[in-house]
Design a binder for this molecule. Structure first.
Ligand SMILES: [Mg+2]
Length: 319
C-alpha cells in the first residue's frame, strides 16, 4: 500500500457540460473469464480489443468491473488496449473499476492514463492515499490483517497461494498460476476458516468478511462487490453527462449478476449476458427473492472470451 499525491478528479475526462450526450449502449464487463482467459489470465482474443475500440469510437462507453487491482488490469488489459487504439481521444469513453468498487483507472482528455481510489463520498481521487477512503482505524485493521494473512501463507500455504501485493483496499490472496485448482479448492475451506479465526482474534468479524472464490480468497469490507462497481460506473456516466439508452453487463459468475441487480434497481434498460454456458447459473436467493434476472438474461453459445466476442457481434447488428 503506497501513499500518493491527492488530486481530486470530480469530473474525470470532462466534456462539454451543457449537453447530455446520448449513447446507444454502455458495457459493464467483468474481467476474469470474460475479457481475459480464465486460466491464462490474459487477453487471448485480439478481436476483443478491436470490438472495444469500435464501440468507444462510436460513442458507446466500455467499462470494466472487477476485483482485480488497477495494476493487474493496466498490465493485462488497459495498456494493451490503449496501445492499439488509433484515436486516443476515444479513450475518454473508457472507465475501469477495480478492487470490487474501491479503485479506478481512466484516461484524461489527452489520452493519458490516470488512476486512483474512490474517496469516502465515492468521488474518484487520483493516487493511492489510503486516508481519503479509509478511516485510520480501518487502515490499521487492514494492515494487521495483511500481516497475519502473509504469515499464515508463509507457514502453511506457500505451495498453492500468494499474497497479492498490488491491492490497496483489501487483503487479497490468490492461487499460484498453474496450481491444481481442485486441490486449491480442497484446501480453501480450511484456509477460509483460519482467516475467519484471525478476524475473530482481532475482534473485527462484523467489520470485514472472507470471500472465497474460484482462484482467490479475500478479506474485504462487506459493502464492496460487483454492485458497488456498477454503481461507480453509473456515477461516472452521470458525472460525464453520458446517457446510454441501454446497458449490457457481461459476466461468467453468479456474483456478476449483482451488476444486473444494480442496473435494475436504478431503473435502467439492461440485459445480462452470461458467458459461462458450461456452468448453469445458480439461483441466488436473498431475503426470499429470486435475484436471477430471467427476462433480461441471455447465455452465449461459446464460453468466456469467445462469448464476449459473440456478445459484441450480436449487438453490432442491431446497433
Ligand atoms: Mg469472472
Amino acid at each position: 500500500m503506497t501513499e500518493g499525491q491527492i488530486i481530486p478528479r470530480p469530473e474525470l475526462a470532462p466534456r462539454a457540460p451543457e449537453n447530455d450526450r446520448h449513447a446507444d449502449i454502455a458495457f459493464l464487463l467483468d474481467v476474469d473469464g470474460v475479457v481475459t482467459d480464465p486460466t491464462k489470465k490474459q487477453v487471448l482474443e485480439p478481436q476483443i480489443f478491436t470490438d472495444i475500440e469500435a464501440n468507444l469510437a462510436s460513442g458507446n462507453p466500455v467499462t470494466l468491473n472487477t476485483g482485480r487491482s488497477n495494476e493487474w488490469m493496466i498490465d493485462r488489459v488497459i495498456s494493451p488496449l490503449a496501445s492499439k487504439v488509433k484515436d486516443k481521444g476515444v479513450l475518454n469513453n473508457f472507465f475501469a473499476v477495480g478492487e470490487k468498487g474501491l479503485t479506478w483507472v481512466s484516461f484524461d482528455s489527452q489520452g493519458k492514463l490516470i488512476k486512483g481510489v474512490f474517496n469516502r463520498e465515492g468521488v474518484p481521487v487520483e493516487g493511492y492515499d489510503l486516508k481519503v477512503f479509509l478511516d485510520a482505524q480501518t487502515a490499521s485493521h487492514f494492515s494487521a490483517l495483511a500481516g497475519y494473512a502473509r504469515a499464515l501463507i508463509k507457514e502453511k500455504y506457500s505451495h498453492s497461494t500468494f499474497f497479492d501485493d498490488s491491492k490497496h483496499a483489501m487483503v487479497s490472496t490468490e492461487m499460484i498460476d498453474g496450481f491444481n485448482q481442485p486441490q486449491y479448492a480442497a484446501e480453501q475451506t480450511q484456509f477460509t476458516q483460519e482467516l475467519k479465526d484471525i478476524l475473530k482474534k482481532l475482534g473485527v468479524e462484523g467489520k470485514f468478511n472472507v470471500d472465497p472464490t474460484t482462484i482467490a480468497t479475500d478479506i474485504q469490507m462487506p459493502h464492496v462487490g460487483k454492485h458497488l462497481g456498477a454503481q461507480r460506473v453509473l456515477d461516472w456516466l452521470g458525472r460525464n453527462k453520458i446517457a446510454p439508452k441501454h446497458y449490457v453487463a457481461v459476466g461468467d459468475s453468479a456474483s456478476d449478476l449483482e451488476m444486473a441487480d444494480e442496473l435494475k434497481s436504478q431503473g435502467k434498460s439492461y440485459e445480462f449476458r452470461y458467458v459461462n454456458p458450461g456452468k448453469p447459473l445458480e439461483e441466488k436467493l436473498t431475503n426470499g427473492e429470486d435475484k436471477k434476472p430471467k427476462h433480461n438474461l441471455k447465455v452465449s453459445s461459446q464460453p468466456f472470451s469467445k462469448g464476449l466476442v459473440e456478445v459484441f457481434q450480436s449487438l453490432k447488428k442491431t446497433a
